[in-house]
Write a protein that binds this ligand. Sequence first.
Ligand SMILES: C[S@@+](CC[C@H](N)C(=O)[O-])C[C@H]1O[C@@H](n2cnc3c(N)ncnc32)[C@H](O)[C@@H]1O
Length: 295
Amino acid sequence: MQSFEDNLQHRCEITDVQSSEFRDRFKAWLKSKLPLPLRIPLGIALATLRPYRTYDSLAYWQQRASWSGERAVMWNEPYACLVRERQREILQPFVQALPREARVLDIGCGIGVVARMLTEMRRDIAVDAVDIPEMIQRAKEYPNNHRINYMVGDIREFCAGESVYDLVFSSAAYCATRDISGLRRALELGLAMAGDRGIVLLMDPFHRWKYLAHPPRARFGVNDVISLAQDYGFHLTHRHGFIFWPFRDWLAESDMEQARRRQYFLIGERLIALLPTDFWADYKVLAFRRPTGDV
Ligand SMILES: C[S@@+](CC[C@H](N)C(=O)[O-])C[C@H]1O[C@@H](n2cnc3c(N)ncnc32)[C@H](O)[C@@H]1O
C-alpha cells in the first residue's frame, strides 16, 4: 500500500476527480501548515465522507507496478519491512504444517515477496504465483525464483483446475479488485482450487468502513468473506489480524528511527492480541478448509 500522501493523491486520480489548481494549492498549504498528527485525522474524515466510486483497478495496478521496491505493492520500505516480518511469523505455522512437496498458489502475488518467502520457509514446496503482466515482470527480476512458477492472469478469471493446491494463499490482492462482483468471483475461484485437505489462507484488508477500504481497496467486509466461504462449504479455522491501523499512517509516514518504529509497531501488535475484536487490525487473517480436512 502506498504512503499517506500518495494515497491522498491517488484517491483523487483514480476517482476521476480532476485536480483543480485551487485544490492543489489547498493541499500544499495543508501539508505545510498541518503536522502529520493532524493530517491523519483529516485524511480519515475526508476518506469517510468521500463517496465510494468504482474505477479501473487493473489500470491502477498496471501503473503502480513501475513504483520502486515494495512501494509497488505496499507502503514504503521501512514500514513494509515490519509488515513482512509479521506476515512471515503468521505464515510460518501454516507452511510448516503442509505435506511434503506441497503445491501452493499465491493469488495476486505482486512483485513476488511472499512467494519468495514461502520458498525460503520450505525447500520442498512449489509455488504458482499469479498477477498482471506488469507485476509478474517485476517479480521475475528478483533472484531465487526457480521454485516459483509465475503466471500472468486476472484473478477474477484465473483457475488452474479444481482442488489442486494444498495451500491457496493471498495477501492484499482480493481487496485490490475493486469491482465487488469480480472480487466475489475471484474468491469463489480461489476456494475451488483448494484440495480436499487444502487450506485457503487470506491476509487481506477486508473492511467496510471507507477509511480502511479506501482506494485502491474494495469495500468488502470480513463477514462478507466468511459467509461467502461458508456458502461454498468451507469452515473458518482461524481468524485474527495484524497491523494496528490507528498507528499505521503515523508509522508509515514518520521519519523516526527504524528501531523506534519497530517498537511502536510491536506495541500495536500486542494491542491487537489484547483487544476483543479484530476491528483494530488492518489486515485480517482468515483460514478456511473443507470439513473433510482435520481442523
Ligand atoms: C496490495 S498488492 C499485494 C501484492 C502481494 N500479494 C504482496 O503481498 O506483496 C495487490 C496485488 O493485487 C494485484 N491485482 C489486483 N487486481 C488483480 C486482478 N484482477 N488480477 C490479477 N492481479 C490483481 C495487483 O496487481 C497487486 O499486485
